[in-house]
Design a protein around this ligand. Structure first.
Ligand SMILES: C[S@@+](CC[C@H](N)C(=O)[O-])C[C@H]1O[C@@H](n2cnc3c(N)ncnc32)[C@H](O)[C@@H]1O
Length: 277
């Protein structure tokens, strides 16, 4: 798989709330990574996902309230570590868990996860990862079998194993994420996580106590029945990667498959939701 990205450098005036709105709209348009800068934001999208009309529905660009200028260029791959080092601090989740890069100093938390993010999504800086980490901290994983589908850096599977889960599978459609997950699993001394390249079509036969899926609205809706068939009765499903507007559709699809909605979290319009079967 090629990893050619299109990079957009946006200059936003006024900086806030313009940058925040712009990031939300770009996320919805399909951009996958963002690095906030002193003047706005740099946003990345894989070339395969890009088309010439990609910015057509980004309404803030036509707004009179904000002045936004941008340039774009094609890049082979981002030096993600360098970007991270320049721009980000380690994250903390509810005083119990930290996610840091190898170049950050060691920190004293109940759960310390070290992630070399490279280009994979999943450092905890994104709202969806953060809320899924919160769910994993709040719920019982002791002795449970877990599937983390759309694993990115495998950060969620790593915390699930630290919380006592056993026999975990982590799946991602992107070979880069698979490679990065394997490195992060080793780096965090996890011993019970197997990583596979692929998607929900790999799921036939094996059943889990818990499925964690932080992907996006359309893939979740499309693959929900497969998730249902891969869960034991009494199993738990944690979903993220969609906006609050999409929660009713996600819930309806889950209800039609026999799931019960338990609760949801919301951060900057992003949602994470828990269902049980
Ligand atoms: C929003 S990121 C989440 C990463 C990580 N789980 C986290 O919480 O930070 C979504 C991930 O799903 C992967 N993905 C996209 N479509 C997929 C599919 N159909 N099946 C499995 N993984 C998929 C992407 O490559 C990406 O790594």
């Amino acid at each position: 798989m090629s990893h050619i990205y299109i990079e957009y450098d946006f200059k936003v005036t006024p900086l806030q709330p313009g940058t925040e709105i712009l990031i939300a709209e770009l996320g919805y348009a399909g951009f996958e990574s963002f690095v906030e800068t002193e003047v706005g934001v740099t946003a990345y999208i894989q070339k395969d996902e890009w088309n010439e009309t990609i910015l057509e529905d980004v309404n803030i660009l036509d707004s009179e309230e904000f002045k936004i200028k941008y340039t774009s260029s094609e890049i082979e791959q981002v030096n993600w570590n360098e970007e991270w080092e320049k721009n980000f601090d380690p994250i903390e989740v509810d005083g119990k868990c930290t996610v840091r890069a190898p170049f950050h100093p060691k920190r004293n938390f109940e759960y310390e996860i070290v992630i070399e993010p490279k280009m994979s999504f999943g450092t905890g800086h994104h709202e969806t990862t953060f809320m899924m980490l919160q769910f994993i901290l709040e719920n019982d994983f002791e002795g449970k079998t877990v599937l983390d589908i759309g694993c990115g850096t495998a950060v969620l599977a790593i915390l699930a194993e630290m919380r006592g889960a056993s026999k975990l599978d982590a799946i991602d459609i992107d070979d880069w994420c698979v490679e990065n997950s394997l490195e992060n699993i080793q780096r965090n001394n996890c011993e019970d996580i197997s990583v596979f390249l692929g998607d929900a079509s790999l799921l036939s036969g094996r059943k889990y106590n818990v499925i964690i899926a932080n992907i996006n609205r359309n893939i979740l809706l499309n693959d929900m029945e497969t998730y249902r068939n891969s869960l034991n009765d009494g199993g738990e499903l944690y979903l993220s990667g969609f906006y609050i507007e999409d929660l009713p559709t996600i819930t309806e699809t889950c209800n039609n498959l026999g799931f019960t909605f338990v609760e949801n979290k919301e951060k900057n319009r992003w949602v994470a939701a828990k269902f049980v079967i």
